[in-house]
Structures are given as structure tokens and as C-alpha cells.
Design a protein. Sequence first.
Length: 260
Amino acid sequence: MLRLTRLLALVFCVLQGLLLAGSHRLLCRLGLSSPGAIHAYARLWFRSLLWVLNVRVRLDAGVLEHRGLIAANHTSWLDIPVLGAVLPTYFLSKAEVRDMPLVGWLADSGGTLFIHRGRHEQEEVRDRMQSRLGDGHFLTLFPEGTTGRGDRLRPFHPRLFAAAIETGVPVVPIAIHYRSDDPQDPKIPFEQEAFFTNIWRVLGIWRTDVEVRVLPALESAGMPRRALADQARSAIIRSLRLPSEPRVPDRPAPTPESLT
């Protein structure tokens, strides 16, 4: 009954998101709103989604600069509404998300940048990342390239850290910790399963507590991409008290070529 009730509420929430995103696009075309106002719409929608799922977010924030590249660990699709509910940020996502029904349109309307394969597309994404960062926005990426079980961090792919280096903005590591999970029977992690299978399981969790820890910013100027990526990863590992070595996956992680 809990799952069915929440499923109906989730459908209503998606319809609300479509209405908010459509209203924002219309107001922008009429000159009555600015593209940056999407953060207010997105934050309202993300908070509605978390309310439906009874996800309680605690933000442990240090000093946040007015802009920066956020690098976070990636455990679940919930990471996006969790961060979007507490931070005014755009997201970087794999191109496959754009093709998902409704979800892709909502992500695109929210200003998400999508990673495509191929050199031309890589350069275009890098330029758009630099534009967002240079305009004073936060931009969030998940440098592992895929979700995991939360017991290890995969190596961070360094290529996209170049946008921070070339723009001269700091990299802000963020550690996301779901405290409701039973280590012996984790329910939140989304790994090697169908998307809607995971959603159905999450709908059955009565309450989820998640802590978002904003760690000290890392200066990017003059840093090699690999060294910067490793520093961000090490900071998150220390915060979450995880082993330093990545867990060997059962099969190769579905990482886009643009992240390698």
C-alpha cells in the first residue's frame, strides 16, 4: 500500500515538474524570467519529490564560493534531487538520460549538460561547461561515471576536471551519505539493475536520511587533471571513511568514452 500510494504521488510530482518546466520556458520566451531562475523551480520540484519519498536531507556545508565545479560520489539516482534540493546547481549527465521518457525532457529543461561520444561532442560539452562555470554557476558531475554500492569509490575520470582548471574555478568535493541503509542489505544503491526496479524498492522505504557534506574547496589553477581528480576522490573517501582502493566491479562500468 505504501508503494502504491507513493507511486501515485510520484506521478503527480512528475506532472508538477512538467508544469513548472513548461511555465519557466514560456516566461523566458516572453522575457518575464531569466534562464538562471530555473534553480528556484528545480529546487521546489526536487523538494516535492523528496517529500513524497520521505527523504530527509541534512546539509553540512562549509564556506561555499559563488561558483565552482562540484564533484560528488554517486550511489543512486536520488543523488540528483538530494543535491538539487539544497544547492543551486546544474548537472552533467550521460546522454542516455536525455532519451528517457519525461525524465530526459525535465533534465534538459533544468539546464543539464549531456555527455555524448565522439571528439566533437567532447569539445562542445567542455566549452559549455566552461561557459556555465565562467558565468558564476555551480556545475555538478559524478566523476566515477556510474553509480556504485557506496562501499567503495571507483577511480575518478579526470578529463572533465579540465573545465575547472581552464576556467580557474575551485573544485568542491561533496560526500553523500545515506544513513538509513543496512550495510548487510543496502536498498538505496542503484547498480546493475533496471531503473524502475530500483524505484519500486525505494518507494517501499519508510524513511531515508541523507547527509550532504560540502568539503573544503580545491584550488584548480595550474593543477594536472589527474592530480585534481585524485585529490577530490581522496577528500570524499576520508569523509565517508571508505577504503582507498576501488572495489573491482563484477563487469566493466558503463562509462562513456568521453570520461576516460
